[in-house]
Design a protein around this ligand. Structure first.
Ligand SMILES: [Zn+2]
Length: 325
């Protein structure tokens, strides 16, 4: 065992099972923008019309952080580490050259037309901003100044280069990252990706810094509440004078801690919630591993061995063996 504090709980598999076995680990996260973020598709900020709270059913417009905008940067964080420590080299993301064997391919899944697919064992859903769209975004117009530092050249005004709709700093997106049937190494791998990923949204910008605050870990025998339900419950738990920009981090974190146990009881699943002091201990244990090169490589190697073994038994390896018969 890598994590002593979870040793008695029996929440991990020793091998990645072929079929779903009803063991879930849910990482409950509060994603907080720390600068101006671009969460757009085709040049438009993604928004959705929903009720403000569960108790307060007033309709409102919220900013949406789509599933792939969350999972892609987290996958890339893990892949970067696998390459840095020489565990994977021939695996090309989002192409038909996925290796079908590494922890990224096996945990997060892939689909390559007719030549195979692996179901994702990491489930992520769209997340919704706690504060409404109106107060949480800002349009910026970009001008390119001339070399003389003014907006005019040869007496003519330069035209604006374009407008971008940015999400403001201190906008919060409560989000659950679910791992189905995790091994211990898989759990640490995915949690490390969430903890280390600091940039989301448009990849070609140097902005978009996001901090992920882990507010709880839930081990359960089934699915739990959605991101939207969590956001609405958090909204209800905030005092009316707190529901404005800038929204204090301590207020949102407090609301998350308050509502999660209630939501879990409504879910009607068997669960163990790791929160408060227990969570601090667990996160300390995890960062002691992920900030120590030798320990980190041990976990990554373990994850890689398990993923390779799974691929050999049930994935690409099994298919190759069938083909030879
Ligand atoms: Zn791969």
């Amino acid at each position: 065992m890598f994590l002593q504090s979870l040793e008695a709980l029996n929440v991990f598999h020793t091998d990645i099972p072929k079929l779903p076995m009803g063991k879930y680990a849910h990482i409950i996260t509060l994603r907080e923008t720390n600068s101006f973020a671009l969460f757009q598709t085709d040049g438009e900020l993604n928004i959705s019309r929903v009720s403000l709270g569960r108790a307060d059913a007033t309709p409102s417009t919220r900013i949406v952080l789509f599933k792939r905008k969350q999972s892609t940067p987290e996958r890339l964080t893990g892949r970067e580490l696998l390459r840095r420590y020489g565990l994977v080299d021939e695996c090309k993301y989002n192409t038909d050259k996925f290796c079908k064997r590494c922890p990224d391919c096996i945990y997060y899944g892939f689909a390559i037309g007719d030549s195979g697919s692996e179901r994702s064992k990491i489930l992520v859903d769209s997340a919704f901003s706690v504060t409404g769209y109106d107060m949480s975004h800002q349009q910026f117009t970009f001008n390119a100044p001339s070399e003389n530092g003014t907006m005019s050249e040869d007496g003519k005004m330069k035209t604006a280069l374009g407008e971008q709709d940015y999400v403001l700093p201190q906008v919060y997106f409560p989000a659950v990252v679910t791992i189905k049937d995790p091994t211990e190494a898989e759990f640490i791998y995915v949690l490390n990706n969430v903890l280390r990923t600091k940039r989301y949204g448009a990849q070609n910008t140097r902005t978009g810094t996001v901090a992920n605050h882990i507010t709880g870990i839930v081990f359960s025998d089934g699915e739990i509440f959605s991101n939207l339900q969590l956001t609405q419950a958090v909204y209800d738990a905030l005092a009316p004078d707190q529901r404005k920009m800038p929204l204090a981090q301590s207020a949102v974190l407090g609301a998350m801690q308050e509502v999660v146990p209630t939501l879990l009881r409504e879910d009607g699943v068997v669960f163990q919630l790791i929160a408060d002091k227990q969570l601090d201990t667990l996160l300390q244990e995890v960062t002691q591993i992920t900030s120590n090169e030798q320990k980190l490589v041990t976990v990554l190697t373990q994850a890689n061995t398990e993923a390779n073994r799974y691929a050999q038994a049930y994935g690409v390896g099994a298919k190759e063996a069938k083909g030879k018969k």
